[in-house]
Design a protein around this ligand. Structure first.
Ligand SMILES: [Fe+2]
Ligand SMILES: [Fe+2]
Length: 186
């Protein structure tokens, strides 16, 4: 069967690109959507790959992080009560479309090289988490502080702390992969 190599960049592009607007509210709205698709699409899909590749402990980690991304969406949406519920925003829709195009390939690649695909997922997860922990949410927090909105700054700081924790978990998983996960998979 013909398969196209899936690169980390392809996976990252599928899942990681939120819209950056000049208007901070629209950027914030975009990130509510990002948290939603991390919760509903990206991490469940990574968990599915890990499960399929024989790494149930990693699947558990991806699902745990997925659950916390939902919390981030809830916290952020509370800040913007007038935002309503973007049940399927642009970013989520784009992620779904991208996922559909790579999903069949992923399944055949997992059959050929399960470790390679899972390792890429872990690396993408780390990139996504570091981008949020070190770049995006600290910037939102600092902007909120500059505007004197300490309530918003506290929420953003909570998200920063949580994303930093996710990055640490993925860093540890990458360092341990694949050997420490064989026992769990056996
Ligand atoms: Fe998050
Ligand atoms: Fe996260």
């Amino acid at each position: 069967m013909q398969t196209t190599e899936i690169t980390e960049d392809m996976i990252f592009e599928c899942f990681a690109a939120a819209s950056q607007h000049a208007d901070m509210d629209r950027t914030a709205e975009s990130f509510v959507d990002v948290e939603e698709y991390e919760n509903q699409i990206m991490y469940p899909e990574f968990a599915r790959w890990a499960e399929k590749a024989g790494y149930p402990e990693l699947a558990k980690l991806f699902r745990r992080v997925a659950g916390e991304e939902k919390l981030h969406a809830v916290w952020l949406r509370k800040l913007y009560a007038d935002m309503g519920v973007p049940s399927r925003g642009e970013d989520t829709q784009r992620a779904i479309d991208a996922l559909n195009t790579i999903q069949a390939n992923c399944d055949s690649l997992i059959a050929l090289n399960p470790e390679g695909v899972v390792e890429k997922a872990l690396n993408v997860a780390l990139r996504v988490e570091e981008r949020e922990a070190l770049g995006i949410y600290p910037k939102f927090r600092d902007q909120a502080l500059a505007e004197g909105n300490t309530e918003a700054a506290e929420v953003y700081q909570k998200v920063v702390d949580s994303e930093a924790q996710h990055a640490e978990w993925f860093k540890a998983a990458i360092a341990a992969f694949p050997n420490d996960y064989y026992a769990a998979a056996a």
